[in-house]
Design a protein around this ligand. Structure first.
Ligand SMILES: *Cc1c(COP(=O)(O)O)cnc(C)c1O
Length: 377
């Protein structure tokens, strides 16, 4: 791209690698850390993020759909690539041609995979997904023995491991965690004696807070991007090793607009100037992932100070109050997520303003803006 946007997402590859290393040191040498790079690596860019993790030693990657897996493989990724959401029957070939690993949650999919393997004269290794508490995808743990027998009858299918997913691992005190771990133990019972068998239950929450259930492979998403699954409360006290947010988002002030006391600001006039004001007009709106629910709630960083967003966020524009930042000029940098001088706004703070989670903020900003990559000290 030659004509670059005002709005730039910047990704710190050093932080991604450091987060991977922090997690591997937490889980110990016998546990693999799979990097969840679905949804364009939570807004950090599928291929560059996977490369940053690979350079730090990662060999296992997870995506939602098979197209993401194909893209990752064709980018040169040599690790194991897990496809978590299956695929349409006519796409099954890609598992074989691109050496992708299916995570299977239905007998139909086992049949289709076995049939394709038979036709190609190959075997295929799969992970079986059990539903131990999400009420989402997976076989019923009560049916584990039957599923195991079913797989035995499909010689082309080799069960490499069993996977499940915690609904509440971000809260180590949640009462459901124990029941989930017990259901998981029941799900692996018919399988676990086979050599090299892989058990995987933990997302970032389980990885950080439920170490006794790490099994053989943990699947980390949000933690690799520098955030705690339970938000700011998960951050350790300063001085302790902590995950490092990797994504920042900045723009350029388009114009400074002087507004008289009493004037309504932006669509719907949801804010009226209580006094004469100076507004910085920013070329950022909800189409750039700066969610409209941040209207009248968010703050941005200008001149190293916090400037509150006033009025509704438009599709491509929003306004920040710089009455108290008299040096602010058109062309100056405004940071919406990240650090400017002594001030920092992180994705947890933005999520708090609009009652969501850091995950959604990272995806929204990261996947709707130009990204560039850098290393840090
Ligand atoms: C997204 C995802 C994860 C990672 O979750 P985080 O909370 O981001 O660590 C793990 N496992 C599965 C199956 C997922 O879909």
């Amino acid at each position: 791209m030659t004509l670059s946007s005002y709005n730039q997402v910047s990704i710190d590859e050093t932080a991604l690698a450091a987060n991977y290393r922090l997690l591997t040191s937490r889980v110990g040498e016998s546990v693999r850390v799979l990097a969840m790079v679905k949804s364009d690596a939570y807004g950090h860019g599928l291929v560059p993020a996977a490369r940053a993790f690979a350079r730090a030693g990662c060999r296992d990657f997870g995506v939602a759909e098979i197209g993401e897996g194909v893209e990752l493989r064709e980018s040169g990724c040599r690790g194991e690539i897990f496809i978590f959401l299956g695929c349409a029957a006519e796409q099954i070939d890609y598992y074989f041609s691109h050496r992708l690993t299916p995570v299977v949650f239905s007998r139909d999919d086992l049949n289709v995979l076995a049939e394709m393997a038979r036709r190609r004269g190959e075997k295929i290794g799969v992970y079986l997904k059990f539903d131990c508490g999400m009420a989402r995808l997976g076989f019923d743990p009560d049916m584990a023995a039957a599923v195991a027998r079913y797989c035995m009858e499909l010689p082309e299918i080799e069960v490499i491991g069993v996977i499940s997913h915690y609904p509440c691992a971000d809260d180590p005190a949640a009462s459901s965690n124990e029941a989930v771990a017990e259901a998981f133990a029941a799900a692996i019972e018919p399988f676990y004696r086979s050599p090299g068998f892989v058990r995987s239950l933990c997302n970032s929450g389980g990885t950080l807070y439920l170490p006794e259930t790490h099994g053989d492979l943990v699947r980390a998403g949000i933690a690799l991007y520098g955030y705690y699954p339970d938000g700011p409360s998960g951050r350790p006290p300063s001085g302790n090793p902590a995950l490092r947010p990797a994504l920042s988002f900045a723009t350029t002030i388009l114009q400074i607009n002087k507004v008289k006391a009493g004037r309504g600001i932006s669509y719907g006039h949801t804010y009226h100037a209580p006094h004469d004001m100076r507004l910085a007009v920013l070329p950022v709106g909800y189409s750039d992932g700066y969610l409209r629910c941040l209207s009248n709630r968010a703050e941005v960083l200008i001149g190293g100070r916090r400037a509150p967003v006033r009025g509704r966020i438009c599709m491509n524009l929003c306004m920040a109050d710089v009455t108290d930042i008299p040096t602010a000029r058109a062309g100056d940098e405004a940071v919406l997520l990240g650090r400017q001088q002594e001030q920092t706004i992180d994705a947890d703070e933005i999520a708090g303003w609009c009652e969501t989670i850091s995950y959604e903020i990272l995806c929204a900003l990261g996947n709707n803006n130009e990204r560039s990559y850098h290393q840090s000290p």
